[in-house]
Design a protein around this ligand. Structure first.
Ligand code: NAD
Length: 330
């Protein structure tokens, strides 16, 4: 079985090659993302293994089918970047890693909240310059704050467990409320009520056509002045320009984003010697109360181990049985 990896980083090779000692698959690693510019280069491979910013639209999928690709193996949870209708039409199976250490993302979410709130990133630089003043470093207690969690699946649940440990009050919105969370004291509410009541809002739902730009001018207007918003889910859940206006109006007090709607041009790349042409991210990064991390919430040893294990297991399952528990179907 030959597998072509796209958007490959050195750490992907380390974890996948280690796991492949069990399977003996043949790997080709491409640093570039999978898109129309490279898809014709695929030869003699049966599987493409892709990540969050590889764009598998109809045009790319059609060529993949012509090249004999039978399986798109996403080494991530989200699958909003794959045209599933086209994949089905061209007879290409799709699998993903639905769960890999949800704690990795949940813990990073709390890290972003704590960094923004207690300003440890600023304190770190300040004391190195022998400035021991506390001016400008004032934070607030998370204890007894109301945290609104949108999406209470695996990551939302893990984040709620952490936040309950801080003594926060949790309100939540999900299409499918979870009885165990209700028993643990989580109160499900409508989206509007969550917007209205939350001191802190954390996004943990997948990106779907229904919730594209969930955080926009209208929903922001319903929120408390000075609300904290953390997005470790998908960039397109937030209308970035509306968020920038809300920051200017002090409607948003703190904003933490690990995902960004135009991240595919930036994230996972070292652009330190480049002029970035995306004025929106430049503006966003200039705010003192905004923290941007480059889609790193998943990035722990435990998560990368599970991603490589589960991806190769799914490929092996499909090879031997024609299906896997992790198959994505319409
Ligand atoms: P999950 O499937 O376990 O949970 C998602 C939950 O969201 C489900 O309970 C579902 O009912 C709910 N949901 C679906 N549509 C909704 C909507 N419109 N409004 C409210 N809730 C809705 O998924 P998960 O493992 O918890 O992952 C959640 C998301 O986190 C993924 O879809 C992905 O986008 C993102 N993610 C980010 C990173 C990162 O590194 N930043 C890593 C992994 C996953």
């Amino acid at each position: 079985m030959k597998i072509a990896f796209f958007s490959t980083k050195p750490y992907d090779k380390v974890f996948f090659e280690r796991e492949n000692e069990t399977y003996g698959f043949q790997f080709s690693f491409y640093e570039t993302h999978l898109g129309p510019h490279i898809v014709n280069a695929i030869e003699n491979e049966e599987v493409v293994c892709v990540f969050v910013n590889d764009k598998l639209n109809r045009q790319v999928i059609e060529v993949l089918a012509q090249k004999g690709i039978k399986l798109i193996a996403l080494r991530c949870a989200g699958f909003n970047n794959v045209d599933l209708v086209a994949a089905k039409e061209f007879g290409i199976q799709v699998c993903r890693v639905p769960a890999y250490s949800p704690e990795a993302v949940a813990e990073h979410t709390m890290a972003m909240l704590l960094t923004l709130n207690r300003k440890t990133h600023k304190a770190y630089n300040r004391v190195r310059e022998q400035n021991f003043s506390l001016n400008g470093l004032l934070g607030f207690n998370i204890h007894q704050k109301k945290i609104g969690v949108i999406g209470t699946g695996k990551i939302g649940k893990a984040f709620i467990r952490i936040a309950l440990g801080f003594g926060a009050e949790i309100i939540a919105y999900d299409l499918y409320p979870d009885q165990n969370l209700i028993n643990a004291g989580v109160q499900y509410t409508s989206l509007d009520q969550l917007f209205k009541d939350s001191d802190i809002i954390s996004l943990h739902c997948p990106l779907t056509p229904d919730n594209h730009y969930l955080i926009n001018k209208e929903s922001l207007a319903k929120m408390k002045d000075g609300v904290t918003i953390i997005n470790t889910s998908r960039g397109n859940l937030i209308h970035t320009n509306d968020a920038i206006s809300a920051l200017k109006e002090h409607k948003i007090g703190l904003l933490g984003i690990d995902v960004y709607e135009q991240e595919e041009k930036l994230f996972f790349k070292d652009l330190s010697s480049t002029i970035i042409e995306d004025d929106t991210i430049q503006l966003l990064m200039s705010f003192p109360n905004v923290l941007v991390t480059a889609h790193q919430a998943f990035f722990t040893t435990e998560a990368l181990t599970q991603i490589s294990q589960r991806t190769l297991k799914s490929i092996a399952d499909i090879l031997s049985t024609g299906t896997t528990d992790n198959e994505v179907t319409l």
